[in-house]
Write a protein that binds this ligand. Structure first.
Ligand code: TYD
Ligand code: MG
Length: 473
């Protein structure tokens, strides 16, 4: 009698493995997260998890001469030459990568459909800064002619780019082993599948298996592999959480599809700072880096209207001026609404509570809509003061005094708390022509150390929210 292929079930959240299906994962207690996967059985009948990547046995381990017979390495003899970064050819993309691609790393780029993932990576592959190395573009989603169409739109000649329309992982692995490219783009990971598993492409087990395969290829051949990942409705990369744990770098596209600005944020980076932000503009000829990000973010802001305030946030290592808008309106029916875009709803509720208690505003029967203009998500608490000012401005229907920016974290007693990188934020405000800046009193020392120049804004210090609001109106 033919033996039924053995299957195991593993948790898509934490990776817990079990032989039978369970409704709740004993590992992380999450419900309905166990998915089926085929376990590979060796010739001796034992389950071998690591023997799956049979294609790798033929691969030689590139550039590892100092490996002893038992596979051990002396830390002192490990060379770091191979970690020399290679620029992607786009300055803003290098910024989120932490200075460029690290050879041998696996990078995941996620984002909503149509936001520009394929465009960005085609541009990067055409620039090819890997000296003498090939670029392999695996297109699982689009036909070569569609890729070519995009390339002509981007005015890319792309002589060094090799296209490979394929979705079967084992075949791609063979091509990579033969071609030894310096950079591989996989568009997208959800379309790839391994013949060793029976489940459909895009299923959790396929994604997990194929990503593990690409990871091993990247490490063994010392090539950079970029995976494109789709994003689900709730904003996570479709597929198991383990996908994010497996790769070295996770980058997400942010931004609104109706605006031309596109932001790429680093969520995880084994070789650089996270939370770094790259800012691009989608033009008729692909993504162009935005030189003056602050100006792009606050361009076209309304002057002299109530409900708007400007702040300077720190995005990674870069100060960025942003406009916060708030609209307060009488509630038409029942429960007042609290809507926030680009801001944390909990933080908004806290700031409204502080304004009610310490400034005496009454939001009890008002709907509140808060927005960060430009589609950026911010979690820098230094924006608190600007949010409170925009709220007060909308409440009183009085605009914030022109040409002023507001920086400061607000505590529960209404006190203004210090913020980091004061000089960078003020420098950015001065560069864009702002003439006053309201700051927490505790930042006075940093403020006084700033070398005053013609463009430096006048610095006003406030210890309490009420003081700051008196200055702002
Ligand atoms: P695409 O890169 O295919 O997105 P993804 O791979 O993330 O799904 O999306 C490109 C979008 O950008 C598409 O709506 C058309 C637009 N676009 C431009 O505006 N200019 C261009 O030069 C290109 C190539 C695309
Ligand atoms: Mg695409």
């Amino acid at each position: 009698m033919a033996k039924k292929p053995e299957t195991i079930f593993f948790c898509s959240e934490c990776g817990y493995e079990t032989r039978k299906w369970l409704g709740r994962c004993p590992g992380c207690q999450a419900w309905n997260t166990l998915v089926e996967s085929r376990s590979v059985t060796g010739s001796d009948g034992t389950t071998k998890n690591n023997s799956r990547h049979s294609w790798l046995t033929t691969a030689t381990r590139a550039g590892e001469d100092n490996v002893s017979e038992d596979g051990l390495l002396d830390l002192s003899t490990v060379s770091t030459d191979r970690i020399a970064r290679v620029s992607s050819g786009l300055k803003e993309f290098d910024r989120v990568l932490g200075g460029g691609f690290v050879p041998g790393s696996l990078v995941l780029v996620g984002g909503d459909p149509g936001i520009g993932k394929s465009t960005l990576l085609l541009q990067v592959s055409a620039k090819n800064k890997f000296k003498g190395g090939h670029v392999l573009y695996v297109c699982g989603e689009e036909s070569p002619s569609q890729v070519k169409l995009r390339a002509s739109r981007l005015e890319i000649k792309g002589a060094a780019v090799k296209l490979y329309p394929e979705i079967i992982f084992e075949r791609i692995a063979q091509v990579i082993l033969k071609l030894r490219p310096a950079l591989v783009i996989v568009d997208s990971i959800q379309t790839m599948y391994s013949e060793e598993l029976t489940s459909a492409p895009g299923s959790v087990s396929q994604i997990r298996e194929v990503t593990a395969g690409f990871l091993r290829l990247a490490k063994h051949l010392n090539c950079t592999i970029v995976l494109v990942g789709h994003v689900t409705k709730d904003g996570a990369i479709a597929g198991p959480r383990v996908l994010e744990h497996m790769v070295d770098t996770v980058l997400y596209f942010e931004g609104e599809s109706h605006s031309s600005l596109r932001m790429i944020r680093g969520f995880k980076n084994r070789f650089g700072a996270t939370n770094e932000l790259g800012i691009f503009e989608m033009t008729g000829r692909g993504l162009q880096t935005v030189e003056n990000a602050s100006l792009a973010m606050i361009a076209g802001r309304p002057q002299g209207v109530a409900g708007s305030a400007i702040t300077a946030c720190l995005e990674g290592t870069r100060p960025l001026l942003l406009e916060i808008q708030v609209l307060l309106n009488d509630t038409a029916y029942g429960m007042p609404q609290r809507m926030a875009q680009g801001l944390d709803r909990g933080r908004i509720s806290m700031l409204m509570a502080v304004l009610e208690k310490h400034i005496g505003l009454n939001f009890g029967n008002m709907d509140a809509f808060c927005n960060v203009v430009g589609g950026l998500r911010i979690d820098d608490p230094a924006a608190d003061l600007a949010i409170a000012a925009a709220m007060t401005s909308s409440y009183r229907d009085v605009p914030v005094k022109n040409q002023g920016i507001l920086i400061g974290e607000i505590g529960l007693t209404g006190e203004l708390r210090p913020v980091s990188a004061v000089s960078q934020r003020i420098g950015e405000a001065g560069r864009l022509g702002f003439t006053t800046c309201i700051l927490p009193g505790s930042c006075r020392r940093q403020g006084e150390q700033i070398q005053a120049s013609k463009s430096t804004p006048e610095l006003l210090y406030a210890d309490h929210l009420s003081e700051a609001l008196d200055m702002a109106f």
